[in-house]
Design a protein. Sequence first.
Length: 299
Amino acid sequence: MELRLLRYFLAIAREGSITRASRALHVTQPTLSRQMQELEEELGAKLLIRRSHSVELTPEGMRLRQRAEEIQTLVDQTRAEFRPQGSGIEGDVYIGGGETRVMRHVADIVREVRREHPGIRIHLSSGNAQEVTECLDKGLLDFGVLIQPASLVKYEHLPLPERDVWVAVVPAGHPLAELPCAARQDLLPWPLILSQQAIADTGPDNEFIGWFGKDFARVNVAATFNLVYNATLLVRSGIGVLVSIDGLVGASGQSGLASIPLEPRLETALDIVWRRGRIFSPAAALVLAAFQERFGNPR
């Protein structure tokens, strides 16, 4: 399969029209249509539903779009890694992770690296553990910052020196806002908004579920989330009590939200991870060395 055909296919998917894609690519419409027919024949699948003035991706076409975007990203990264270097180390480093204020430790290291090597560019992607590990496995990320619980079996990893602390977030006038801390018996009467990642693994090592103990079966889950900003909108709408990592939600008198510590205190560990056996670009290798110098040897 030629990369050129994948690039043509992505242009059609992006434009929603063979006509508009042909203009963007500077390729004639008949040529582009013929190329897509050949691609469908090669894959043995119908990729496009052709209408009079537009096209729509079939389920197979949507799968190919995702794969083609990943391939294009890898091609771009590979070309960038082999671009001739100047006098210093240059290049792109890709880091993915969940929302956490502990990411500031990574930011401090990146600042120091870029101070010595300003040609290094950092690309951050936000996502939950599943999204981050999928990108690590496909080679789309150099490093991930994983919030536990998350499986580390396949990865080299360095523990970060700080743990996240969980809190309950409610509108300022909520009855829970009057409490100095919130125990599980305080939360159980209310509908809760919980992290998808925190409750996905129901095994015995899940500290989040373990905090509720046997009462977790009684939890009224009103909604789940993977990134916290939209979850705060659900809180403001009165849908439920958000249980989230401290420091991600601006909970103050001006924000209209209140943050209540959990009792007993619930903390979560975090790790910087990377795929075993990955061959790093010079820029990523430099960042890895800085991580190891700051956080110790990988486990």
